[in-house]
Design a protein around this ligand. Structure first.
Ligand code: FNR
Length: 410
């Protein structure tokens, strides 16, 4: 099944507010659309090749093997799609031989995801206002065997997503964003950046912003009933609106909205894990990131969910791979839905791609199996595209495979 059909099925399965939270973008959704549309600009020129061409899609990242250059992007609140949430995604990634980037806003704790035994987990970090909380969480993921950090830098403000406002989208009371317990534990410890006068008030608001059910048992039972109601086809999206704070307030109250590059050298002092920055669009920022010693760049506009009218990621990718100049890996995400899309991103210089929403749709439709289906669909499609393009391994993929239609034959 192509990934578009899977999305259509997920739309039927999920409560409307959840589907709109997953699928939506910021404001006019211009960037959301552009992320997809930009792939139209590049075409392939298939060649006749020997039928025996075998294709090797294997690669590595940070010395870790990957069966293909397709990774799982961090996405929040996966238990809204399926009660196994991030656990199912992690198992699917491991089965398919690829990496998963686990979100700070996961609905399972970093320890629970690590316990699935996935050998290549990365942790996506939203930087808490409180640096001691950051230290605690980062050192915990390092201890648990996560292989790298991805610091998300495109969330200086919560994205303005109109559907979420209309739906009063909130984290349902039966789900916990367990990684935020770190921020809760440290809410009374002063942070190095405590020059911010609103901080004390923000920390006071924190308990209200993040629902904390009293026991895991209660959480699981509620998750099961959520799943049952989903299967009824009932829309219970509003059922917890009075018990839970809007998702936005979590961003504003807990996360550092005044993040600067100084954070990267500080992070180095507390961890030996490789550091990616996620959310780079400007080549100038790519330069600055490299000057701050990052180990990798993730070109991303958060799937069009943050700054509307930000450039599409495929548009900025070549200028950023030029800056990186193979010194560090460059991963790109946004709108990748077919194997040909993956080929195009690699041809424009990416070392790998990440997929966000399709994973959530796979989870919603069939849990772990659905996520595996998403990854295997992309694998088969990438293999076919590579055969058409005459590439027997990833190192044969380069810019010359792509034709920009406006210029061809003129
Ligand atoms: C995201 N994304 C995201 N990014 C991040 O760094 N931390 C997060 O918690 C989340 N959460 C999140 C939730 C949902 C519902 C979506 C759709 C996206 C952004 C994500 O990592 C990635 O950049 C985009 O999803 C990639 O675009 P596609 O593949 O969804 O088009």
């Amino acid at each position: 099944m192509g990934l578009d059909r899977l999305e259509a099925q997920a739309k039927k399965t999920l409560p409307k507010a959840v589907y709109e939270f997953y699928s939506g973008g910021a404001e006019t959704e211009s960037t959301l659309r552009d992320n997809r549309n930009v792939f139209q600009r590049y075409k392939l020129l298939p060649r006749l090749r020997p039928a025996s061409l075998t294709v090797d899609m294997s690669t590595s990242l940070l010395g870790q093997p990957l069966s293909m250059p397709i990774l799982i992007a961090p996405t929040a609140l996966q238990c809204l799609a399926h009660p196994d949430g991030e656990l199912a995604t992690s198992r699917a990634a491991a089965r398919c031989g690829t990496a998963m980037v686990v979100s700070t806003n996961a609905t399972h704790g970093v320890d629970e995801v690590a316990a699935t035994g996935n050998p290549f987990l990365m942790f996506q970090l939203y930087v808490f206002r409180n640096r001691e909380a950051v230290r605690g969480l980062v050192q915990e993921v390092e201890r648990l065997g996560y292989k790298a950090l991805a610091v998300t830098v495109d969330v200086a403000r919560p994205g303005n997503r109109e559907a979420d406002t209309r739906n009063a989208f909130a984290v349902p009371a039966h789900l916990r964003v367990k990684n935020l317990d770190w921020a809760k534990t440290h809410q009374n410890v002063p942070s190095p950046s405590s020059g911010n006068p609103s901080q004390a008030a923000a920390q006071h608001d924190y308990a209200a912003a993040v629902p904390m059910p009293s026991s895991d048992g209660a959480t699981q039972a509620a998750a099961r009933s959520h799943q049952a109601s989903r299967q009824d086809g009932a829309d219970h999206s509003g059922q917890t609106a009075d018990q839970a704070a809007p998702y936005h307030s979590m961003h504003a109250n807990v996360y550092d909205q005044a993040l600067t590059w100084e954070f990267i050298p500080w992070l180095r002092t507390i961890t030996r894990l490789p550091i990616f920055v996620k959310g780079i669009l400007s080549p100038l920022d790519a330069h600055i990131a490299l000057d701050h010693g990052v180990d990798g760049i993730m070109v991303s506009n958060h799937g069009g969910r943050q700054c509307d009218y930000a450039l599409a990621t495929l548009d900025v990718l070549p200028s950023i791979t030029a800056v990186a100049n193979r010194r560090v890996p460059v991963i790109v995400d946004g709108g990748i839905r077919t194997g040909a899309d993956v080929l195009k991103a690699l041809a424009l210089g990416a070392d790998g791609v990440m997929i966000g929403r399709p994973v959530l749709y796979g989870l919603a439709v069939k849990g772990q199996q659905g996520v595996e289906q998403v990854l295997e669909t992309l694998r088969i499609e990438l293999q076919a595209s590579m055969v058409y393009a005459g590439c027997s391994s990833l190192k044969h993929i380069n810019r010359r495979l792509l034709v920009s239609t406006s210029g061809y034959g003129q």
